[in-house]
Design a protein around this ligand. Structure first.
Ligand code: ASP
Length: 317
């Protein structure tokens, strides 16, 4: 599949909300091609040569930032990572001032991560280039949801009718929000599970069944996705202790045995081993998709960058 076959309808990629099923499936199909390209010895193409991508990460990130950097380079773009610790942002420049300054340098794509929900959308209104949301506060992390869907689709063939449990710190998780939206779009059945202190009160209106007991939540599931306990986003302790948390919400082999035979395990990373997931489960390649998720991340981001850039270039013709 190529972008000539399909036109992405949006100028920016800000969230799963607003995406329709054909668009989501087109992105996954294109990403499948980019998995193949990424497995070759010569991984780079000149598909987007001459274009400039700026990564603007206001929150620390290892895998997402490097994944976007590699994705842009594999498409032949010039990729710049703004070192925000040493930039004007550290001197008090606002999000908008920074974006407007960067915009004057004529980037084609701006990849943004920020601790405030809605930051990517706000930026998209102030700049001329395409904006990609690489995580905004507790709101959305749409490329994570796409990479998770691609990982599941490649492992199990289709998402249609699958039962997927998302467990852990749901309240602070943009991964959970984007995943519920995309999994619903792709006709999977979603369950959310966590302690009452880490589950938003409106979770039952997200399009998922809500559980507080993890042993019950995983029964009949094909995939169990575990989320990180995001202590940096908690105003006060939401759990009595990490030991206690692991006892009730940690994924180990005994708990996984309650899911469907052959059930697969996912985690968006970074993992707190012994808190939300046991290493024994996380590191078993027969059941854990964690490293596959990282591989799919590059392919999915190549697809998103390509779709946005190609759509813009076509529109400018
Ligand atoms: N890496 C994911 C995110 O940025 C998940 C996490 O940090 O726990 O949201």
């Amino acid at each position: 599949m190529t972008t000539e076959d399909y036109r992405f309808a949006q100028p920016h990629f800000l969230g799963i909300a607003g995406l329709n099923r054909p668009e989501a499936e087109s992105l996954l199909d294109l990403a499948d091609d980019y998995v193949e390209q990424s497995r070759r010895t010569q991984k780079n193409s000149d598909k987007l040569r001459g274009l400039t991508q700026i990564n603007l990460f206001f929150e620390p990130s290892t895998r997402t930032q490097s994944s976007f950097e590699i994705a842009g380079k594999r498409l032949g773009m010039d990729v710049i990572n703004m070192a925000l610790g040493t930039s004007s942002v550290a001197k008090g420049e606002t999000l908008i001032d920074t974006a407007v300054t960067l915009n004057a340098m004529h980037p084609d794509l701006l990849v943004v991560r920020h601790s405030a929900s809605g930051a990517a959308e706000l930026l998209s209104q102030k700049v001329d280039c395409a904006v990609v949301n690489a995580g905004d506060g507790q709101h959305e992390h749409p490329t994570q949801a796409l990479l998770d869907a691609l990982t599941i689709r490649r492992a199990l063939g289709s998402l249609d009718g699958l039962r997927i449990a998302i467990c852990g710190d749901i309240t602070h998780s943009r991964v959970a929000r984007s995943n519920v939206a995309l999994l619903n779009l792709l006709a999977a059945e979603v369950r959310l599970c966590g302690p009452p202190t880490l589950l938003p009160s409106d979770a039952d209106r997200w399009g998922a069944d809500v559980f507080h007991n993890m042993d019950e939540a995983v029964v009949g599931c094909d995939v169990v996705m575990v989320l990180r306990l995001q202590s940096e986003r908690m105003d006060q302790a939401a759990i009595p202790s990490t030991r206690e948390y692991f006892k009730f919400y940690g994924l180990d082999r005994n708990r996984l045995a309650k899911a469907n035979p052959g059930a697969l395990v996912m985690h968006p990373g970074p993992m707190n081993r012994g808190v939300e997931i046991d290493s024994d489960v996380a590191d078993d390649p027969a059941i854990s998709l964690v490293t596959k998720q990282v591989e799919m991340g590059v392919a999915v981001r190549m697809a998103v960058l390509d779709m946005l850039a190609t759509t813009r270039m076509e529109a400018a013709k």
